[in-house]
Write a protein that binds this ligand. Structure first.
Ligand SMILES: [Zn+2]
Length: 110
């Protein structure tokens, strides 16, 4: 009988510890996400420019739409963490280059 009681208490302690741990993880995740949002910039996915103007943000829960002042792209901008902006721009530049080469090859064939 005493063993059963002991097991029950042990089980409760373990469950409590588990719940506290999960709560702590959730809180940390939430805080980190908030911080990420604060430390990130909305960038144009087409040219990597941060020079966007917000348009049509009247719908709640829908991502805000932007219009790029540099390439006229209209749509959702990507939220990029500030220290990854350079990397993202490099990626976009390479993508655009690849697209241009593909286009050139196509034009040459025709
Ligand atoms: Zn753009």
């Amino acid at each position: 009988m005493k063993l059963l009681q002991f097991m029950l208490i042990l089980f409760n302690v373990v469950m409590l510890a588990f719940i506290v741990y999960i709560g702590y993880r959730l809180l940390r995740h939430h805080r980190r996400k908030k911080e990420d949002r604060k430390n990130s910039t909305a960038l144009c996915p087409k040219c990597g420019s941060a020079n966007g103007q917000m348009i049509g943000s009247n719908i709640i829960f829908a991502p805000s739409k932007y219009k790029c002042r540099d390439c006229d792209y209209e749509g959702v901008f990507l939220l990029v963490i500030n220290h990854k902006v350079k990397e993202f721009r490099e990626y976009v530049r390479k993508q655009n280059q690849a697209k241009k080469i593909k286009k050139d090859v196509k034009n040459k064939k025709n």
